[in-house]
Design a binder for this molecule. Sequence first.
Ligand code: PEP
Ligand code: MG
Length: 368
Amino acid sequence: IEPKLSGDFATLMEWADGVRRMKVRANAETPLDAETARKFGAEGIGLCRTEHMFFDPERIGAVRHMIMAETEEGRRDALSRLLPFQRKDFLELFRIMAGLPVTIRLLDPPLHEFLPHKESEIEEVAESLGADVALMKRRVADLSEANPMLGHRGCRLGVTYPEIYEMQVRAIFEAAVQTGKETGAAPVPEIMIPLVMTKRELEITRAQVDKVAQEVFAESGYHIVYQVGTMIELPRAALTADTIAESADFFSFGTNDLTQTVFGLSRDDAGKFLPFYVEKGILPKDPFVSIDIEGVGALVRIAAEKGRKAKPDLKLGICGEHGGDPASIHFCGSVGLDYVSCSPYRVPVARLAAAQAALATGGGDRTA
Ligand code: PEP
Ligand code: MG
């Protein structure tokens, strides 16, 4: 990996790096993303989304089996088949990131995305579970939701089916141990819990993480330092951030979902009438691209202040799309975030914007 850009561009980036206060990480989930991120100067992974890993054609059968099984035993059977895949996913990322922080977000798909829909898929799952096709169809109907983005997703999955998060956490720690044993430099995984709305959800999932971590350390005779934090992507989480901070080592603002829930605007259908609203001046700009300072931004500021009041060393970052938007990065600097995380290709822009943000706020020291 060539971790530096070349020529005048590289010089400009070095100047920016000398000035900026916020770190710049990348959203990356594949080895190619991670390599690209490093090439553009990312200082870690700020968001590794794990859902796409489950859609791999080699795994989707086991994933459907996991979702459709009606017993914990059935789910565990499917999860044991997924564990080696997940371990390999994280091992590759840890090796490429070579000791830089890697934030892994536990599973956060709307559950329905994993359901079998075609007749042939339902028959396949029925056969692998030894179940009746009619029963499987009923289960698909039971698990389907009218509003999946506000439904059974995020940590709600980990709370209702703890064995799913247990598998992922085991894969993370087994991969971290293996990297540590091979290289002598163990990664410091940051395990991130999605869609938290109450402190209790975080307490429950955090306890699961700690339990599995201790099991892996006992089995391997190797200890890994790690952190557990939460996405702040629901208004309630932002408003109760002081309480939530008591159970979190870090917050990462998920401004995609936060924008969706603050505006009551579907992020998946935003293209339908939003451009008209922007054209007519009803909204000054697309809030999914640039942070809406008065609404979403106010919640980010409240959560940052409350979180830090409760826990002064709380690490704060952002991993929504806004983390790669220069105007939003300025805002992030003004509320004291420690890092922004964006698409690998936006990392250079973010490095520059972070430097401009530091200059605008009279900063310039590089201590974060
Ligand atoms: C977010 O909601 O801002 C976020 C980063 O998570 P996702 O886009 O995966 O929901
Ligand atoms: Mg989200």
